[in-house]
Design a protein around this ligand. Structure first.
Ligand SMILES: Cc1ncc(COP(=O)(O)O)c(C=O)c1O
Length: 496
């Protein structure tokens, strides 16, 4: 049971004179305050701080921390966001003193260990992508998209070509057009087929000398693999454009197929999703990009390189080398300070080294298996318009249930909180009415998936009027989500 007394506002819990510590009287002679801080520099009154005992403070904050749902406390099938469990071992490794105490301004000589981690990370990401040149700089998937588009701009400028348009299907994540617009391109949205795939006729009609980049998420945002992608890539290349693979859904295909092999020229990773950086509510992220070799010169830097040192003469002596930093010759410059979001990159590095090549493939296979298991358990009550099979996630639709009984995707999502499950993503992608996007990830057991499916079945049998008011057991039920996001009230002010 949550301690509801402890989760009142800390200011309301305050009682005059309560203290967390009692100090011995000072044996240092008093000095007038005016001698130490002139009155002109002092506040007119003491700050209105709450006054509580230590146990009250501890209970307050510990109980507050349990009001949130998290991957560590709940199943979190937030489609597109890949909320998989973050192994605690990686937290410990990323917290080693040699890592956290390192300052980015330390010399290259004194940073060889960290540079080796970053170099190896570049190599692993290049291998998984099938694209040889990697920049670790971008600090989120969206920034990766933006950075790759600036890289493409620089490339076309160098070729002397004026290409002004970025194309993407209407199932694209909102960050794709946002990145394209921010990078100075005109956005062209293409209709998808009824099955939710890239419509080749639409694409053919849109491609011309103005096309700079075609952006596509693969597997797409409906959780389906775009099988025509080699043909799509050929069409884009024939028009002189580049193919950008939004790698947010890499969790489904790592070690199975590679963006570089199916026609992509550029991609980003979301290290925080695919490779277990703990994240939520927008960060902390890491969105490295991988590109074809002919784009490598334009990447933001610094890139970590491994330079072999001259052999010391003795036959059979081990090759010596050191890691250095290099700015690509035509670099677009930096997009973030120093080397990217190193804390998350180190966790991703630990994850990849722990799993190894076979383990990484197993991760994707199990993510796909879990999603298909859940799809099979739910599709008779929650129809999945775009497919009987999926990759690592699927998009169900509450439209028939809403038409029949008035139960919306939002009602189901909100009521799931009462059952102890984080809500799936709802109302994205926009091409599915009343969308409920479920991504279980590979880290969940069959029992958890069964319990979630049971909860959905129970919810669908409940009184719609009761569901419209859900959740019933959370501290806040249905806030105005737009106001909560746009004008949050983040500070307490004493009532006057
Ligand atoms: C398909 C897709 N692309 C891009 C992004 C943006 O990634 P980030 O949140 O790391 O900026 C997301 C995030 O959810 C996504 O799902």
């Amino acid at each position: 049971m949550r301690n509801t007394l402890a989760t009142q506002l800390i200011f309301d819990l305050s009682q005059p004179g309560r203290r967390g510590a009692v100090y011995p009287s000072s044996d240092v002679p008093d000095r007038p305050l005016d001698d130490l801080i002139p009155a002109s520099r002092r506040a007119a009154s003491a700050p209105a701080l709450p006054e509580l005992t230590e146990p009250e403070v501890i209970r307050h904050f510990v109980n507050l921390s349990t009001k949130n749902m998290s991957v560590d406390t709940h199943f979190y099938p937030l489609g597109s966001c890949t909320m998989k469990y973050n192994p605690k071992r990686h937290e410990r490794l990323a917290g080693l003193q040699g890592i956290v105490d390192l300052h980015p301004y330390q010399s290259v000589e004194h940073s060889q260990g960290m540079l080796e981690i970053l170099y190896t990370m570049q190599q692993m990401l290049a291998e998984i992508a099938g694209l040889p040149a990697v920049s670790l700089q971008p600090a989120a998937g969206a920034q990766g998209e933006f950075t790759a588009l600036l890289t493409a701009s620089a490339y076309f400028r160098d070729l002397g070509e004026t290409r002004t348009r970025v194309l993407f299907p209407n199932s694209a994540h909102g960050t794709n057009p946002a990145s394209a617009a921010l990078a100075g391109f005109e956005c062209v949205q293409l209709k998808s087929t009824a099955q939710g795939f890239i419509d080749l006729d639409e694409l053919r009609a849109a491609l011309d000398h103005r096309t700079a980049v075609f952006m596509v998420t693969n597997p797409n945002t409906l959780g389906m693999f775009e099988r025509d992608i080699p043909q799509v890539a050929k069409m884009v290349h024939d028009a002189g454009g580049l193919v950008y693979i939004d790698g947010a859904n890499m969790n489904a295909i790592c070690g199975v197929t590679r963006p570089g092999d199916f026609g992509g020229d550029m991609m980003h990773y979301n290290v925080h999703k695919t490779f277990t950086g703990p994240h939520g509510a927008g960060g902390p992220g890491s969105g490295p990009i991988a590109v074809r070799d002919f784009l490598g010169d334009y990447l933001p830097g610094p890139i970590v390189v491994r330079n072999e040192l001259p052999a010391d003469g003795a036959k059979g002596a081990p090759v010596k080398f050191r890691y250095d930093l290099m700015m690509p010759s035509k670099s677009i410059g930096r997009v973030r300070s120093f080397f990217g979001n190193v804390g998350i990159l180190v966790r991703g590095y630990c994850y990849l080294r722990t799993l190894g090549a076979a383990g990484v493939r197993g991760m994707s296979e199990n993510a796909v298996l879990n999603a298909n298991y859940l799809l099979a358990k739910l599709k008779d009550v929650l129809p999945v318009p775009q497919g009987d099979r999926c990759m690592h996630e699927f998009v169900a639709s509450a439209k028939p249930i809403k038409d029949e009984r008035g139960i919306s995707a939002m009602d189901i999502a909100k009521r799931l909180l009462d059952y102890g499950f984080h809500a799936p993503t709802v109302y994205f992608p926009l091409v599915v009415p009343e969308a409920i996007m479920i991504e279980p990830t590979e880290t969940e057991s069959r029992e958890t998936l069964d319990a979630f499916a049971d909860a959905i079945r129970k919810i669908l049998a409940e009184d719609p009027a009761y569901l419209h008011e859900a959740p019933h057991q959370t501290p806040v039920s249905r806030p105005d989500e737009v106001r909560a996001a746009r004008t949050p009230v983040l500070k307490w002010e004493k009532a006057t």
